[in-house]
Design a protein around this ligand. Structure first.
Ligand code: SF4
Length: 367
């Protein structure tokens, strides 16, 4: 039996793929075969449900010490577009969002690495958000930000996470993983957390009962082998901790970055990566098609390639759009439900832990 047939047989019977089998499936480039395999894995795990949540993004600042070539969001303090939100403004946004969005279940807060704001600023913001909206889940700070907090406060990663948790942090989004290979990171983000540091933050967060997502940024200078190894590294971490809630793949948007000579990979590649991730990550419950990165039509197609989550209504997002994403900065529940129902799946409004709140027929399950 050749490698591809072996891989197909293994996925169909729920067995784990090795690196070489995953690579063979990728190189085979039979996208319909991949779709069918990934879709069967998705349906084994989440049946005919496709999840979304009602959330709001807040990006506290874009002033950043890191200067990553991959980034279009971070800037220097003297640039015209530089901004920092103070606590009062964050409270105003949270109050307003809660008022405008009665179903709001999550605030998603990630930012740049500000050179001067002390760790106490972030602790105070977390506490203020929780005091303003105690019923809303606060998912905040990538491992890259946590390493920055550890550096500026001289506290260990564990203590930083413990203090954030005590202030009200509920989970971490898991961004900044890019490709977990330092030879790639040296080129695309030389000054931010290393592979080992990213993994340390994630495993420490999991050990403290703070779940996270896992991410991958593909389509820049990495090889296909490095993408597959990245997914296998995530799978190994999940074997140890069980703390990942979902995997999210981000295609690299080169516009306005230090790597703008690169081209954005095509939709074919996006769909292959979603499917491959769904197949390799056998111990992950959920794979997101992050519509804002992919565009809505590709995110909708991704539901036939193994994705079971479209993420959220978002409301306002600055980081991806700084890199030239032309998607909207938010979407209504009605639009998301329509997009899911067109695929034949049921749109399920969820909380951050994937507890179903409402399904698209309007039947209330749990709220
Ligand atoms: S990717 Fe993050 S750390 Fe790097 S420059 Fe952008 S905001 Fe700063």
């Amino acid at each position: 039996m050749n490698l591809i047939d072996k891989a197909v047989k293994k996925v169909s019977s729920g067995e784990r793929l090795h690196f070489t089998e995953a690579l063979a499936l990728y190189q085979d480039n039979d996208i319909l075969k991949l779709a069918s395999l990934a879709r069967s894995v998705k349906e084994r795990k989440s049946g005919n449900y496709v999840y979304y949540n009602v959330n709001r993004h807040i990006n506290l600042t874009n002033i950043c010490v890191s200067g990553c070539p991959l980034c279009a969001f971070g800037c220097k303090a003297e640039e015209e577009r530089a901004y920092v939100m103070e606590k009062a403004e964050v409270i105003r946004i949270v109050r307003q969002t809660v008022e405008d969005t009665p179903d709001l279940s999550e605030i998603h807060m990630v930012s740049a690495l500000h050179p001067d704001k002390p760790f106490s600023y972030y602790l105070e913001i977390v506490a203020a958000v929780k005091a303003t909206a105690p019923q809303v889940h606060l998912k905040a700070f990538t491992p890259v930000e946590i390493v920055h907090f550890s550096n500026i406060s001289k506290l260990s990663i564990k203590i930083v996470l413990e203090q954030l948790k005590a202030a009200g942090l509920d989970s971490l989004p898991g961004g900044g993983a890019e490709i977990l290979d330092d030879s790639v990171r040296k080129v695309i983000c030389p000054n931010k957390a290393t592979t080992a540091e990213w993994i340390k933050v994630i495993t420490t967060a999991h050990s403290l009962g703070l779940p996270t997502n896992a991410t991958m940024l593909y389509g820049h200078i990495e090889t296909i082998e490095q993408r597959i190894q990245h997914l296998i590294t995530l799978r190994e971490i999940q074997d140890q901790t069980g703390g990942f809630q979902a995997f999210v793949a981000f295609p690299f948007h080169p516009a306005n970055t230090g790597l703008s000579e690169l081209e954005r990979v095509a939709s074919w590649e996006d769909l292959k990566m979603i499917a491959l991730a769904r197949i390799i990550l056998d111990n992950f419950d959920h794979v997101k098609a992050f519509w804002m990165m992919l565009t809505l039509p590709i995110a909708q197609l991704a539901l036939a390639f193994g994705a079971d989550d479209l993420d959220g209504t978002v409301v306002e997002e600055r980081i991806i759009h700084a890199a030239g994403a032309t998607t909207k900065t938010g979407i209504t529940k009605k639009e998301i439900i329509h997009f899911v129902e067109e695929t034949g799946y049921l749109a399920v409004e969820r909380d951050t832990f994937y507890h179903p709140l409402k399904i698209s027929s309007g039947v209330k399950i749990n709220a």
